[in-house]
Design a protein. Structure first.
Ligand code: FES
Length: 135
């Protein structure tokens, strides 16, 4: 944690970059991390906690399951996203975390999902099932 904070100037502009670094390093933003960040940036713990709660990218507790981020926004819905989501939930069960996101920026090629940094476009029930089975 100290190493992450040392990389960022104690400016409130650094809040989101620090939170992304903490999320990437630890898989979640713990209450201890929130306290340390608040102290470093001269913010209240409530302010930091509010940002963590607002953005879906940040988790308060660790979840070691693989995650697929599935677009549930309108353009993907119009291209069969609801059916893809049903199959994703079925294939995932409790083993894989299916996280809803609202637009991945490639609407014309939907339905889309992200696994890590990799975008998967033009999904159908068979492709989403195969992707999740491979996690
Ligand atoms: S609506 Fe799904 S990528 Fe934009």
């Amino acid at each position: 944690m100290a190493e992450i904070l040392a990389r960022h100037a104690p400016s409130q502009d650094a809040l989101l970059p620090i939170l992304h670094d903490v999320q990437a390093r630890f898989g979640h933003v713990s209450i201890e991390a929130i306290h340390a960040i608040a102290l470093h940036l001269n913010l209240s713990r409530a302010e930091v906690s509010g940002v963590v709660s607002f953005y879906r990218d940040f988790r308060r507790t660790a979840d070691k399951r693989p995650t697929i981020r599935l677009c549930r926004a309108e353009a993907c819905q119009a291209r069969g996203g609801e059916r893809v989501a049903e199959h994703a939930e079925r294939a995932a069960g409790q083993r894989v975390r299916v996280e809803a996101v609202y637009c991945l920026g490639l609407c014309a090629a939907g339905p889309n999902a992200m696994i890590g940094d990799q975008l998967h476009a033009r999904l159908d029930p068979a492709r989403i099932t195969a992707l999740i089975d491979g996690l």
